[in-house]
Design a protein around this ligand. Structure first.
Ligand SMILES: Nc1ncnc2c1ncn2[C@@H]1O[C@H](COP(=O)(O)OP(=O)(O)OP(=O)(O)O)[C@@H](O)[C@H]1O
Ligand SMILES: [Mg+2]
Length: 322
């Protein structure tokens, strides 16, 4: 169980707030729109050139949000808008204790926006989000205490050393760690020899390990990882898989986004495929493959046996997104 003694939750808010800067930067790079019309109701789904109403085909049964007994995360009917843009459109899903759940979707599908709403960084237009039974908007401080977050792009103060960064964030979370305890945590993340290196000199893999360590400092019950393995080498990627499986095996819950179907298949108990802000499928990866083994759309793109990636393309189409 990654839950443990939790303290300084109000300061956890500050940490999430500090990281907003990074998220805003990421969002700002996403303003380029694909060929969607401004009058498409804000949904972003491409409108046929002839102006006919876009066909919305739900190809699998609507997912049940209550597939898990006692959810650690319960998202119901979540809608997130940015002005006229409907980035998340009525999304519901639940994650159980000790589950690794993957949120998959093409670029611009609404994955980060979903995570932002769970993190309390954007206010949903509709819907409810509960973390371990706590409503994120009505009990934000207690809910955020239970949450560990690694954003899609995380940056720390570049001149600070790893050791200083861990001490700073432990302080913000209200966790008293001795120098030996900090070093022990760094060692367990494979950063023991780099404790005195400034952040700006770290490799991508080291930065990723540090941001995961920081996300876990306050021992959250739910960990949100937005594309945690993008740009990692195979060794670092496998190490991250082992770490999150270890967290899962201890009863922790993880929600991750990824573009790697191999990763989703390797570590996720269940995945949801989101497209244009709507969940189009939700199930165990192996069951999705099984369900679509004879699907002509999957067979048309398969290069041998139908894989999860073939199912993903069958459900979301072949067009390049944002
Ligand atoms: N701050 C914002 N202002 C306006 N539009 C935004 C903002 N953030 C995201 N969007 C738009 O909302 C939609 C969903 O974006 P989001 O970042 O959630 O997608 P994503 O699934 O995480 O994509 P990616 O795989 O590229 O990270 C996109 O069309 C994006 O351009
Ligand atoms: Mg994203």
């Amino acid at each position: 169980m990654i839950a443990g003694a939790l303290g300084g939750g109000h300061l956890a808010l500050i940490v999430v707030g500090a990281l907003i800067v990074v998220r805003v930067g990421v969002g700002a790079t996403r303003r380029r729109r694909m060929g969607t019309r401004q009058d498409d109701g804000g949904g972003g789904r491409p409108v046929p050139a002839d102006g006919a109403a876009p066909k919305v085909v739900r190809r699998t049964a609507p997912p049940s949000p209550t597939q898990v007994g006692e959810p650690v995360l319960d998202v119901r009917d979540l809608t997130v808008t940015y002005g006229p843009k409907r980035a998340v459109d009525g999304v519901s899903f639940a994650i159980g204790r000790g589950e690794i759940f993957g949120l998959l979707g093409p670029n611009g599908a609404g994955k980060t926006s979903t995570l932002s709403a769970i993190e309390g960084l954007v206010r949903p237009r509709t819907g409810t989000i509960e973390i371990d039974g706590l409503d994120v908007w009505h009990r934000p401080i207690e809910a955020k205490r239970k949450l560990g977050v690694q954003l899609q792009a995380t940056s720390f103060q570049s001149e600070l050393t790893i050791r200083e960064i861990v001490r700073l964030y432990a302080g913000l979370y209200g966790i008293g760690l001795t120098d030996d305890e900090i070093l022990e945590r760094l060692r367990s993340s494979g950063l023991g020899d780099d404790a005195d290196r400034p952040f700006k000199h770290l490799s991508g893999g080291q930065q990723q390990r540090l941001s995961l360590l920081v996300a876990l400092l306050h021992e959250p019950v739910l960990l949100l990882l937005d594309e945690p393995t993008t740009s990692l080498d195979p060794q670092s990627r496998r190490q991250l898989w082992s770490r999150i499986e270890h967290i899962r095996d201890g009863g922790g819950s993880i929600l991750l986004t990824t573009h790697s179907m191999e990763e989703a298949q390797a570590v996720c108990e269940r995945v949801a495929i989101i497209d244009y802000g709507t969940i189009v499928a939700i199930d165990a990866p192996s069951r999705l493959v099984e369900e679509h083994r004879d699907d002509p759309r999957a067979l048309a793109v398969a290069r041998g046996e139908v894989t999860l990636e073939d199912v993903f393309i069958a459900l979301t189409g072949s067009d390049i997104r944002e």
